[in-house]
Design a protein around this ligand. Sequence first.
Ligand code: FAD
Ligand code: EPU
Length: 341
Amino acid sequence: MEHNYSLQPFNTFGIEVKAKYFATFSNTRELETCLKAQPNEPLLILGGGSNLLFTQDFDGLVLRNQITGISIVKENDQNIYVKVGAGEIWHEFVLHCIEKNWAGLENLSLIPGSVGASPMQNIGAYGVEIKDVFHELSAYHIESGAIHTFSKEQCQFGYRESIFKRALKNQYIIIDVTFALAKNPKLQTSYGAIQNELDIKGIQNPTIRDISNAVIAIRQSKLPDPAILGNAGSFFKNPVVDSATFSSIQQKFPDVAHYVVSANEIKLAAGWLIERAGLKGYRQGNCGVHQKQALVLVNYGGSLGQQILDLSTHIIHTILDQFGIMLEREVNIIPSYENIV
Ligand code: FAD
Ligand code: EPU
């Protein structure tokens, strides 16, 4: 076990903070050994560190999940059920599925991070969320040491939501995830930019690899690569409002970017709100709002986590003043009471 260990290589914002204790685990036996060694310390489970912001040193135990392995657990005419260790790298797993022609994850190409974190916020992109292909997961119950299985219904997935962020927060460590992938692809190209990208390349009958390549090209054109510019993807969720609220906003801003979710739910594009508020490219010290995608906050180098948190607070206040809408952070702020076991 390491002591006073730098977490800079383990968070995609590239924030320089230290963990009081740090260790990795590759199976549940090693996990238990680590937990027993420091039973009274606050605990943080780390995957790829691509959805969190450290605002200070972590005064506790950080455990990095490195459980690997991909295996087929069952199959039928339509589906193949694939169990994946939580420490596998998400995008490498997606590429593995494409190689095997197992369909369903291609729209989720190039999302950073680990497989084990993917159910935490039901990761989503380009018209697909993991709940669409999720079968079940196994998780280690920290208090009892038991391994419990969670079905899709039990995970209570929503937009960037699951039970592990709410009622069961900090109670479980996800060990593996099983996906029900399709033998016959049902391609999801309704997200406009994908169709555009296929048209540009003159692809009429796309394969899952074509979809993956299109998604990769779109993402690379607007999202900063954390290896070059520190970031954690979208910093805020897109706010969902009711039709009455939406109508009043649309009256004042007829071109407000939005998607209809249901009869009384409209999702607004937070990136549009931030850009319209004049904050796209805005900079405070060594951090700022990304020039190409206003929903992404970036570390130009040497920023403190607290400075990025302060920038996000400034954005929340500005959007509330100008549009009457309260943005909610998507990125996990650490430490917070809620994030510490
Ligand atoms: P971490 O950041 O390490 O952890 C996130 C949270 O999950 C923490 O609270 C952590 O304690 C907890 N956690 C992690 N692993 C486990 C586990 N095994 N058991 C229990 N708790 C655990 N997200 C999207 O949904 N869609 C996108 O399109 C998208 N694009 C992105 C683009 C960029 C450039 C970046 C940097 C991020 C993007 N993200 C996106 C966010 C991020 O990639 C996902 O949230 C990803 O699932 C985080 O994985 P991670 O392993 O890095 O999690
Ligand atoms: N927009 C602007 N200005 C900007 C950015 C966006 O006006 O600077 C408007 C545009 O009208 C655009 C619309 O917002 O058409 C939507 O933008 P984009 O397609 O880039 O997607 P997003 O809503 O900003 C969401 C997810 C991303 C995901 C993409 C693609 C959230 C919080 N973010 O972003 O997920 O990759 O859609 O599906 O839902 C993440 O969660 O970290 C993440 C990157």
